[in-house]
Design a protein around this ligand. Structure first.
Ligand code: KIV
Length: 275
């Protein structure tokens, strides 16, 4: 069982890897790279749907992308991110929507944002047999209420609240918790305090695992880059160059050439049949 594997990784201090995917092809690439967990994050709202925040993302949009990701995954543990208002209204709705990720999209688990106030929901969803990842610190769905996209837990009061949140989620049955944008020492303390793995994003090196938005680390999403993102590639300029080359070659009549046409050479141009 994969959950035991993640728990074991915490005990043996083997870092857990998680990245986002929103479609079949990226899921294949991540799976082939040997990633432990793929998160179909509601960040897809900003990264691939062009929304200003994650708030407008719907369950139907999430399921559409989660199904594609599952089709591209053989080994990784796939987590569907419950979008805003799909789990806050009632525990029943939370179970129903979490269940849809498993039944309709074939995900292995779900993630939801929130601390102690979500403990009852996490308990109920877990009891329904659905593995849950918690998410505390900077929770993008409620970023406005938190004062914007900024570090959380920087003062003693909020740091204590985040510790209590982590303990509550762990006791409610979450099998892992994402810690987003919190100070390194607080993340270390939480990681050492709770028995389940923590997955950090902007939470320093002492978490049990790390997650990033794949489009950020590849340098594809160039609208803004949070400080905690390390760009392992800068693909946006490469993509722009490739597109510019295509446009100019087509406009200059250089593409398609004989190598990319059936029949080859000048005489092949315009032929509709295979050679
Ligand atoms: O939606 C998302 O991609 C996330 C990660 C940033 C953890 O929640």
């Amino acid at each position: 069982m994969q959950l035991a594997r993640f728990q074991n990784k915490k005990l043996t201090k083997e870092p857990i890897t998680m990245l986002t995917a929103y479609d079949y092809q990226f899921a294949r690439l991540l799976d082939q790279a040997g990633i432990d967990m793929i998160l179909v994050g509601d960040s897809l709202g900003m990264v691939v749907l062009g929304y200003e925040s994650t708030v407008p993302v719907t369950m139907e949009e999430m399921l559409h992308h989660a199904k594609a990701v599952r089709r591209g995954t053989e080994k990784a543990f796939v987590i569907g991110d419950l979008p805003y208002m799909s789990y806050q209204i009632s525990v029943e709705e939370a179970i129903r929507n979490a269940g849809r990720f498993l039944k309709e999209a074939g995900c292995h688990g779900v993630k939801l944002e929130g601390g102690q106030e979500m403990a009852e929901t996490v308990r109920a969803v877990t009891r329904a047999g659905i593995p849950v990842v918690g998410h505390i610190g900077l929770t993008p769905q409620t970023a406005t209420a938190l004062g914007g996209y900024k570090v959380q837990g920087a003062d003693a009061e909020t740091a204590k609240r985040l510790c209590d949140d982590a303990v509550a989620l762990s006791q409610a049955g979450a099998f892992s918790i994402v810690l987003e944008c919190i100070p390194t020492e607080l993340a270390r303390h939480i990681t050492e305090t709770i028995p389940i793995p923590t997955i950090g994003i902007g939470a320093g090196p002492f978490c049990d695992g790390q997650v990033l938005v794949t489009h950020d680390l590849l340098g594809i999403f160039d609208k803004f880059t949070p400080r905690f993102v390390k760009k392992y590639a800068n693909l946006a300029p490469l993509i722009k160059d490739a597109l510019a080359a295509f446009l100019s070659e087509v406009r200059e009549g250089k593409f398609p050439d004989a190598d990319h046409s059936f029949g080859g050479g000048e005489e092949g141009k315009g032929k509709k049949t295979l050679p």
